[in-house]
Design a protein around this ligand. Structure first.
Ligand code: IMP
Length: 429
């Protein structure tokens, strides 16, 4: 039996929520290890729809939820989300949710700086969620972040706020944005502290115990490999490492704890925010994919850019993230299209490339080389076995497996949890 890490293999919004929910029902513990409340997992259980940003999805299945040290935590957003899901009937308490005492906090000036910088970038904007993720990670690496455990030490908070405000107020003022007052922030933090601290602990001890007791751990990734700060389409990325290796450092465990790495990929491509997107479609087909895919909703409420499946990028994601198997989602969105295209290489200044280069101008210039596949007439929607799929749909999936050099271990054919074809149980390794 293995633990499982679930990560996005494209630019996010691959339909992780449904897959994570399915896996969470079979796990004992669900661990978030990077990102913050920029993430968004929609889980539909019975008549209730849960939209989680920061809380681990396992809470919906009454599994222990863990927020690891690699996550950046906005304390106010966390408490608001706890209140929201509690009103929907979930039980969230220090018995069901544990938070790493060494996780860094997102503070109000992080969001303000994120938004002020985006405004100053104009056309060059990254399209961030504006929730302060980048500036919070910057403070963590710069060794001035306020961490969860600091909430128990008013003197530490006071000293850190001095340093933080020296830095942030200077930047905010230079961008023409409002600055922050130390006394107000200190009072705010001290008021939040009693509600956050009961969840905090040295998580590595608990995780070590859970692992030794043979509990099934599900590591729930947020965002996706092409948004990874090292391996993604930099600078149009998020500010954390989203690859599976981060699950270990972001939870406080050794790399051997990760187990099976399940990459989630849509059967086509989408992207929210700015940045290179070689297979993007600006025509009626792109519009159609967007309209059909949008039934699932985005976490940020922004419209997705849509395009053909990019096997070059997903193969790259498979390699850099060590993906053992793919969960292919939203196959039904392609139903009825007469032909389908899959990107197998890029032409850049006349030369053929089989990976996306790191240089921004090369990324922008990458023009896709397509393989054209026949579409299928029947419906794949709701299929629960290979026998229910049109032959061409199976061919499409098989061709994707070959091109990305990873097996499809799970196929999702509608937003419903049980509309899934399972080829191999990731927990069996
Ligand atoms: P940030 O994470 O708010 O800094 O945003 C950086 C980039 O990551 C932007 O392009 C966002 O649209 C994108 N992003 C962040 N979180 C998600 C997500 O959960 N799904 C899809 N895109 C995301």
């Amino acid at each position: 039996m293995a633990n499982v890490a679930v990560i996005g293999a494209q630019w996010g919004d691959e339909g992780k929520g449904k897959v994570v929910d399915w896996l969470a029902s079979r796990a004992d513990v669900v661990v978030r290890f990077q990102g913050g409340h920029n993430a968004g997992h929609t889980l539909v259980v019975g008549n209730e729809t849960y939209k989680l940003s920061l809380l681990p999805s396992g809470l919906v299945r009454e599994k222990l939820g863990i927020i690891g040290n690699g996550v950046v935590i906005d304390p106010e957003a966390l408490l608001a989300e706890i209140d929201k899901v509690t009103a929907q009937g979930l039980r969230v308490s220090p018995a069901t949710l544990r938070i790493a005492e060494n996780a860094a906090l997102i503070l109000p000036f992080h969001g303000a700086l994120d938004r002020a910088r985006e405004a100053a970038r104009g056309d060059q904007k990254i399209g961030t969620t504006g929730r302060g993720i980048g500036p919070a990670y910057e403070d963590k690496v710069a060794r001035r972040a306020i961490r969860v455990a600091d909430l128990a030490e008013p003197e530490t908070l006071s000293l850190k706020l001095d340093e933080l405000l020296r830095h942030h107020n200077t930047l905010l003022a230079s961008l023409g944005a409002e600055t922050f007052d130390k006394a107000v922030l200190l009072a705010w933090l001290l008021a939040l502290a009693p509600r956050i601290l009961p969840y905090a602990e040295p998580l590595w001890i608990r995780l070590d115990e859970l692992r030794r007791a043979g509990k099934r751990i599900l590591f729930e990734g947020a965002q996706a490999v092409m948004l990874d700060v090292d391996h993604g389409t930099y600078p149009y990325v998020t500010s954390s490492n989203t690859v599976a290796a981060t699950a270990a450092s972001g939870a406080g465990m050794g790399p051997g704890a990760i187990g099976f790495v399940l990459g989630i990929a849509k059967s086509y491509s989408t992207r929210v925010g700015s940045g290179p997107f070689p297979t993007e479609l600006h025509d009626a087909t792109g519009q159609l994919l967007g309209d059909r895919g949008n039934e699932y909703g985005t976490n940020t409420g922004r419209r997705r850019r849509c395009g053909w499946f990019d096997a070059v990028l997903v193969r790259q994601a498979v390699k850099v993230a060590g993906i053992n198997g793919l969960a292919l989602t939203k196959l039904d969105v392609l139903d009825g299209l007469s032909e389908l295209k899959v990107c197998t290489g890029y032409r850049i200044d006349g030369a053929l490339h089989h990976h996306l280069p790191a240089a921004p101008r090369a990324q922008e210039a990458a023009s896709p080389e397509y393989e054209v596949l026949e579409g299928w007439k029947g419906s794949t929607r709701g299929a629960r076995s290979w026998g229910e799929l049109p032959a061409q749909a199976i061919k499409y999936v098989r061709r994707i497996e070959e091109l990305v050099e990873a097996p499809v271990t799970l196929l999702s054919t509608s937003p419903e949890r049980d509309d899934t074809i399972l080829v191999r149980d990731p927990f069996e390794g």
